[in-house]
Design a protein around this ligand. Sequence first.
Ligand code: PLP
Length: 400
Amino acid sequence: MTETPGDRPAAPSSLAPATLAVTAGRPAAETGNPVNAPVVLTSTYRARPGAIGTGDDWSMVYGRFDNPTWTALEEALAALEGGGRALAFGSGMAAISAVVDLVPVGGVVVAPRAPYSGTAALLAQLHTSGRVRHREVPIADTSAVLAALAPAASADDPAPADLLLLESPTNPLLEVAELPALIEAAHEVGCRVAVDNTFATPLLQRPLDLGADVSLHSATKYLGGHSDVLLGAAVVRDDALYEKLYGQRTLGGALAGPWEAWLVLRGLRTLALRVERAGANAAELARRLQGHDAVERVRHPSLPDDPGHARASAQMSGYGAIVSVEVYGGAEAAERVCAETRLWMHATSLGGVESSLERRRRYPAESPAVPDALIRLSVGVEDVEDLWADLSQALDHSRG
Ligand SMILES: *Cc1c(COP(=O)(O)O)cnc(C)c1O
């Protein structure tokens, strides 16, 4: 049977996120087209004749400017974030750095006191060098954040903030920021707002719909989902902001490789399944962990007594698959748990199909606000009974 090329109506634009994860970023529905975006390995493109000036289309001129495999991934990410334009970067940190780079010299960045450790280290370094002024806030305390955004005239440093760099839920304390209120207050003082949406993924939280200017991702984690790739992304709706970040990526050079973009796009196709299964496993394990003798505290926003539960229920459509536990007996006991698991992999990073765990304070850059005995669990998609059997036996060994 033959089909007429190019005669298919576009898929409906009101598709659910789980459907968009499957459909977005594919080649046009024309006869003979591949169903998947190809990996385009090229450093340059055949040129159009003549001069290229400002205002001209610079796409597909040189490999640092654009790549069709990035474009496919970017289309899919923007669709998942509810519309806008996405930019792929070489890593989550590259995307975060590009956003921070837009802050004027000496400008103020307000950020959680305990964000992802790389973000904390980056801001500390930029503060020390005088590049930005970094104000750390307890991110779940809305009034403290508001005070840091627009300090009283009598404050030591009354300058309003230039960038509110949010992360919610935070890594690894799972603190939940009151996103709508913070975003609105920041905009009132002319402050840009970026939200690191890595833990939630666009399936559970859409920062741009809540008013944020930028949604940031370490696609290394859930979007890729298989612990085989590093990549980052920024998604925005404002064209002027897109151009600034595009310029930052092009000149900063923190690019994703085409293979990496392809792997993340491949991972995205199963994002909804993975997030659903891992999230269900995480909520079940969090509940069981609360009843284990070796465990002092469990953090997961699904738990009705978690400080972030009400907020997460209001602004997210699920609770994610990271669970943090504090064991009795301090760092040593926590290290023993990490050494005793067989199925759970003792490794850093998170968001893969496989369950992994680590004690976060083993890193010097980790915030002192993170308890010494805190183990961050990245819950995967395995059978929950197997996960519980291995984790509970490891916890039984925590006291040596
Ligand atoms: C891992 C992580 C990052 C950094 O991402 P990379 O891809 O490793 O550069 C940023 N934010 C959060 C919340 C993360 O978990």
